[in-house]
Ligand binder design. Structure first.
Ligand SMILES: Cc1ncc(COP(=O)(O)O)c(C=O)c1O
Length: 554
């Protein structure tokens, strides 16, 4: 085995070898490869994390800052990977992993990813991605049609038109949202008489040209934090990302939104874009997309819909109506690495108008020549892999009907889990699933009764202790490694707007059965009986007894 070999040598001959000769199939590399090809069966045993080691300990394995002087055999390196990296990776494909938006992958994505790596096409320009460029355009056309449903003539005209683009492919929802607002900004502040456009002259002169004090982007409080990065990068400023209050269903409050718009107008700040969310990150709720479209029209501003999570719901005939109004958006973000079950690194922004992306076009003499077919002229990123191929593969192999089943099943399973939670006396469903995300917490029946009768101050104290219970349980469950839910903080209306900590469940794996969901609750019930939680619940009990005594004494 490699360890007993002569040490690896840095020589031109050996370097040629690593570019040409593959490893022996029985090497560690071969074993890892095989385990991965076997669709991760047993790869990390049945646990979410094989052996839970403290992160600080793991960091120690990666604290050396010197680049290794001498070469090492690939087999030695993969031995290191197996021991120090693979074993500590998170088994995101486990059906018990229901806490994040990291979807399970259909098995074919693994061999196809190898094809992608082997071809190593660069989508920035046609010279390095011949078939991949038209394929990416086709994928964008398919997603555009899913949202905007234009006729054959429209797509015949635009899908491969090198001077236009129906959207931009990128690494994820963050860049997609940024690209949408970038195009919106450059369109609003485009070249006009006496002004060569914001892209050339910058924000200061743009505001002077528009005769206003600033630009604003408005989204609900549940909007994704990537919008904060976008307004920062685009020079709009984080203070001008207006996060609007939500109703009891985590949807933007239209009345409050109008009030914010009126205030901005009085301050001389111009709304650049309204952003609707179709599938909020924490609760999976959908904003009133039609009403937002009406308001954007009234204000004459851009209308973007962040459907990074919820967009693929459009593939379901049963549920696509939930996103009604999305077809009126100027731009829409969809992440393929979420509900299209593609590996990470696949996001898209689609534009209603094929001319929209012209506002961010960039050219360079050596590649992105004017009039060329290069996709890189209207993407934020430069060199990009051909991830669109994997989206193309998913759409072709799974098909619309296959995705429909996945979407319908995910929503159905989330509803079923909500029923299980509701039926259990010691759990409280905090947000019902509109799509396939829900939140809940452990709240024993007796505490629920106390909370219902408590005055504001006491309820706040009880909720603070329950927050600690949720946090402790969530950490412990992750460490146990059997199942995983995430946690977040929300302000449900029934708690007078106080933030509470909740478990968050995301259905992103078709192999998650009802039995697994029931086992999540069972495990949490077991944990509730452990010392650390009993101590916390005892605090609630004492708090309530004290208050009772006080009121009894008058
Ligand atoms: C609604 C929404 N928008 C945008 C994003 C950002 O996507 P990404 O992580 O792919 O950049 C997310 C990610 O969770 C999201 O849920």
């Amino acid at each position: 085995m490699p360890r007993s070999r002569e040490p690896a040598q840095a020589s031109l001959e050996n370097l040629y070898r690593i570019f040409t000769v593959p490893e022996a199939p029985d090497s560690t590399l071969g074993q890892i490869d095989q385990a991965i090809s076997d669709n991760l069966m047993g790869f990390l045993q049945d646990h979410i994390v094989a052996v839970e080691r403290d992160l600080v300990e793991i960091e120690r394995d990666f604290s050396q800052s010197r680049i290794p002087e001498e070469p090492t055999f690939v087999s030695n390196y993969t031995e290191f990977l197996k021991e120090k990296v693979v074993s500590q990776s998170v088994h995101t494909a486990s059906p018990g992993f229901i806490g994040h938006m990291t979807s399970a992958l259909p098995y074919f994505m693994l061999p196809l990813s190898r094809v992608l790596t082997a071809l190593n096409q660069n989508l920035v320009k046609v010279e390095t991605s011949r078939a991949f460029t038209p394929m990416e355009r086709q994928v964008l056309g398919m997603l555009h049609r899913l949202i905007y449903d234009r006729d054959d003539g429209f797509y015949d005209q635009w899908i491969q038109d090198s001077r236009h683009a129906l959207g931009a492919f990128c690494s994820g929802g963050t860049i997609a949202n940024l690209t949408a607002l970038w195009a919106a900004r450059n369109r609003l502040c485009g070249p006009a008489e006496g002004f060569r456009g914001i892209a050339r002259e910058g924000m200061f002169k743009a505001l002077r040209h528009l005769d206003c004090n600033g630009l604003a982007v408005l989204v609900s409080r549940r909007g994704h934090y990537s919008l904060g990065k976008a307004v920062d990068v685009l020079g709009i400023g984080r203070d001008n990302l207006i996060t609007v209050e939500t109703d009891d269903y985590n949807r933007i409050d239209m009345k409050k939104l109008r009030q914010h718009c009126a205030r901005l107008q009085s301050e001389g700040i111009r709304p650049l874009s309204l952003v609707g969310v179709a599938g909020t990150t924490e609760t999976g709720n959908i904003d009133p997309l039609d009403e937002l479209a009406d308001l954007a029209q009234e204000l004459g501003c851009h209308y973007h819909v962040d459907a990074a999570w919820g967009g693929p719901t459009l593939l379901s005939s049963t549920h696509r109506g939930l996103l009604k109004g999305i077809e009126r958006a100027d731009s829409v973000t969809i992440d393929a690495h979420k509900q299209l079950y593609v590996p990470m690194g696949a996001g898209m922004v689609l534009f209603k108008d094929p001319a929209s992306l012209a506002s961010i076009e960039h050219h360079a003499a050596y590649i992105l020549r004017e009039g060329s077919r290069d996709l890189g002229s209207h993407t934020l990123e430069g060199s990009r892999p051909g991830m669109a191929m994997l989206v193309h593969a998913g759409l072709s192999i799974i098909g619309r009907k296959g995705y429909e089943i996945l979407i319908d099943q995910g929503i159905e399973r989330a509803r079923r889990f909500a029923q299980l939670i509701d039926a259990h006396p010691d759990f409280e469903l905090v947000t019902e699933p509109e799509l396939n995300i829900l939140t809940y917490r452990y709240n024993p029946a007796w505490v629920q009764r106390e909370l219902a009768a408590a005055v504001a101050e006491q309820a706040a104290r009880i909720n603070e202790i329950l927050d600690k219970v949720t946090e402790t349980m969530q950490k412990r469950q992750r460490e146990n490694g059997r199942t995983f839910v995430s946690r977040t903080r929300l302000a449900p209306g029934r708690y007078r707007g106080d933030d509470i900590t909740v478990f968050r469940v995301v259905m992103a794996n078709p192999l998650t059965t009802e039995k697994i969901l029931a086992s999540v609750l069972e495990e949490q019930c077991e944990m509730a009986g452990q010392e650390e939680n009993l101590v916390l619940l005892e605090q609630i009990s004492r708090l309530c007894a004290r208050t009772e005594q006080r009121s009894a004494c008058g």
